[in-house]
Ligand binder design. Structure first.
Ligand code: TYD
Length: 214
């Protein structure tokens, strides 16, 4: 596959405001004349929607971390092959709410599945395909979880499996995101998600515009 569009993933802890920022960035890129697809994981395909329910609702409370990892990757294989790769090939930019870095952070750092295994799985199952840029929205877990729980209850959503895990879990996830950005400055970008919406958007826009000019 020779991608013609840009692939940008958004990661970060719960309640960091990814979906708002994805919509703002999509609007910005469309104003620049780009064709943009917004999508998400888990659940970016019809098959993945079923996995999303299995993974995020209380029905999924019994998954072993390894099984959970394989299901996240199964979702990604469908999504990459059926949605992301065809769009990029057609010249569409893809903005994806979560991607492989979330598996490394949540199932790896958070739940103790070996990062080396997750990376190897990504190599074998997803052709080691990584975004041009991963934007990490960083928020202290206590702040993000409070926001996220408010939203879930407003939307009467039961997709709260990860929100119900403890602060120490979410601290490990956050540390993994921060470590990744520190080690991969060329392909990732850290934004302080406690800023107001327009300041966050301005920071993201600046970095993404630079990506298109590179
Ligand atoms: P998301 O829809 O981004 O939820 P939120 O908007 O509340 O952040 O992500 C759903 C959940 O799935 C989130 O709690 C993180 C988790 N997740 C993983 O644990 N591993 C993964 O590989 C992915 C893609 C998501």
């Amino acid at each position: 596959m020779v991608p013609k569009g840009k692939f940008i993933a958004f990661c970060g802890g719960e309640g960091a405001g990814k979906s708002t920022q994805i919509e703002l960035l999509a609007a910005h890129l469309r104003r620049r004349g780009r064709d943009v697809l917004t999508t998400r994981e888990p659940g970016g395909t019809p098959e993945g929607q079923q996995l999303r329910r299995l993974l995020l609702t209380p029905d999924g409370d019994g998954w072993e971390p390894m099984a959970e990892t394989l299901l996240m990757v199964a979702d990604r294989v469908q999504h990459l092959r059926r949605v992301i790769a065809p769009a990029l090939e057609a010249g569409t930019d893809v903005l994806c709410d979560r991607y492989a870095l979330s598996t490394l952070s949540y199932q790896g750092a958070g739940k103790g599945v070996a990062a080396s295994f997750i990376r190897e799985l990504h190599r074998q199952a997803c052709d080691d395909f990584w975004p041009d840029l991963t934007i990490v929205l960083d928020i202290p877990p206590a702040v993000g979880l409070a926001r996220s729980k408010r939203r879930l209850s407003k939307e009467k959503s039961d997709e709260d499996r990860f929100e119900r895990l403890g602060l120490d879990f979410h601290d490990r996830v956050r540390t993994a995101f921060l470590d990744h950005v520190r080690k991969n400055p060329e392909t990732s970008f850290l934004v302080d998600a406690t800023q107001d919406i327009s300041a966050i958007h301005d920071a993201i826009r600046g970095r993404v515009d630079a990506l298109f000019e590179a």
